[in-house]
Write a protein that binds this ligand. Structure first.
Ligand code: G6P
Ligand code: MG
Length: 220
């Protein structure tokens, strides 16, 4: 029985995927690493160091751990600066309504963002009070596609994963949701999210009543 919906943040509720991308793109240019669409897509949903490792696959030279830490910090300083300019207008259309509709339906809500900037971001966006539980990304050791973050969300809500539904815009996120034993709603394009149980073009199309009747209890 569906009892909760666990939302990803970047690219699902907020248009921050483009800000992460811009910050990575600037770093990529500085170290002469090509960053094409397919590589950028793979970096979505993956944690900071995991994303950096993907970027460095195509870098012209190898980097040591201390250098990697510096590169990640450089990218994050820029991203952190970018999100300070955000306000509730930067929520994606329909994002607040989607989370509120879940609450009004009597279900619980959680946030499962791999971003260590998530607490600051939901404050800037004015949605921090909409979640019954927010996973602290700094306590997660295995990045999406590992199930750890979605399992932590279910545990934080006090629910079985099978009673939760996850919502994601990245392939790594859909894989994480499924590995946790939840059904997955994909937000975005079919080519990137082929594994999703339900695919929606954007969060404005999220209709909790439709999902409840259509999917019934999560299939997984
Ligand atoms: C989210 C984004 C990724 C980002 C990751 C880590 O999952 O989709 O693009 O790399 O968070 O974010 P952070 O803010 O901790 O660097
Ligand atoms: Mg995302």
């Amino acid at each position: 029985e569906l009892k909760a919906v666990v939302f990803d943040l970047d690219g699902v509720l907020a248009d921050t995927a483009v800000l992460h991308r811009a910050a990575w793109q600037q770093l990529a240019a500085e170290i002469d690493a090509p960053l094409d669409e397919a590589t950028a897509e793979r970096m979505k949903g993956v944690d900071r160091m995991g994303s950096l490792e993907i970027l460095l696959e195509h870098a012209p030279r190898r980097y040591g751990d201390a250098e990697k830490a510096e590169l990640a910090a450089r990218k994050n300083a820029r991203y952190a600066e970018l999100i300070e300019h955000l306000d509730p207008n930067n929520l994606l259309p329909g994002a607040r309504a989607a989370v509120e509709s879940v609450r009004h339906a009597g279900l619980k809500t959680a946030l499962a963002s791999a971003s260590r900037n998530a607490p600051r971001l939901i404050e800037r966006l004015g949605i921090a009070d909409l979640f019954d539980y927010v996973v602290d990304a700094s306590h997660i050791t295995h990045s999406k596609p590992d199930p750890e973050i979605y399992l932590a969300a279910a545990a934080g809500l006090g629910l079985a994963p099978a009673d939760c539904l996850g919502v994601e815009d990245a392939a790594a996120g859909i894989a994480s949701i499924h590995a946790a034993g939840m059904a997955a709603v994909g937000i975005g394009r079919a080519d990137a999210l082929a594994e999703a149980d339900v695919l929606l073009p954007n969060i404005a199309a999220f209709d909790i009543d439709r999902i409840r009747t259509k999917s019934g209890p999560p299939a997984r």
